[in-house]
Ligand binder design. Structure first.
Ligand SMILES: Cc1cc2nc3c(=O)[nH]c(=O)nc-3n(C[C@H](O)[C@H](O)[C@H](O)COP(=O)(O)O)c2cc1C
Length: 171
């Protein structure tokens, strides 16, 4: 059984998840670790990581997923929002629909990922706008921003490793 880890990460959050997966798969080793690339399609099992863009995976990963067929697939990703497990589920459902034919989904994992400070500054500016223009509520956005700051954290990485282990040894 050969494997590859394919991921897209603009600010490093999803990269941290990919590194944790790589560490937990050793000493088996992987054929390929890196950004979406056809070279990864030589593996039997693909760990595919994305950052959330407008409620689904980023475009590079969406394009790659459409080329994947007949593989075991583990999907992982990070999102700026994350209060509700249902939110992650809805993203993962959309992402899984991007996959090509005949794949077996062996596991999924998502957690929050910190966002750039420029995003917080934008929310802060919204606080001074007239209340009727405050959509969405900037206080809630600031709360979410601050909640995301420590993520992915050690607990996220431990949960990810557990999810990867159960994909390797399904019950
Ligand atoms: C252009 C853009 C769009 C985003 N859209 C969403 C979104 O729809 N939902 C969400 O929860 N987070 C969204 N985010 C936040 C990122 O998904 C989040 O910060 C992620 O952890 C970034 O991962 P990375 O560090 O691997 O690039 C967006 C970020 C950017 C830059």
């Amino acid at each position: 059984m050969t494997c590859a880890i394919v991921y897209s990460s603009r600010t490093g959050n999803t990269k941290r998840l990919a590194e944790a997966i790589e560490a937990s798969l050793q000493p088996q080793g992987c054929l390929y670790v890196g950004p979406p690339d056809e070279a990864a399609l030589a593996a039997d099992r693909l760990y595919i990581g994305f950052w959330t863009d407008k409620g689904t995976c980023d475009a590079d990963v969406a394009d790659f997923l459409s080329q994947v067929s007949g593989k075991e697939v583990f999907l992982f990703g990070t999102a700026g929002f994350g209060g509700e497990p249902a939110y992650f589920e809805s993203i993962l459902n959309r992402v899984a629909q991007c996959l090509g034919q005949g794949n077996t989904l062996i596991g999924t994992f998502m957690c929050q990922g910190r966002m750039p400070m420029a995003v917080r500054e934008r929310y802060e500016k919204m606080l001074s706008a007239p209340a009727s223009h405050r959509m969405p509520d900037p206080r809630k956005m600031l709360e979410n921003f601050d909640r995301a700051l420590p993520h992915p954290d050690a607990e996220d990485l431990a949960r990810l490793k557990a999810a990867v282990a159960s994909g390797l040894n399904p019950a």
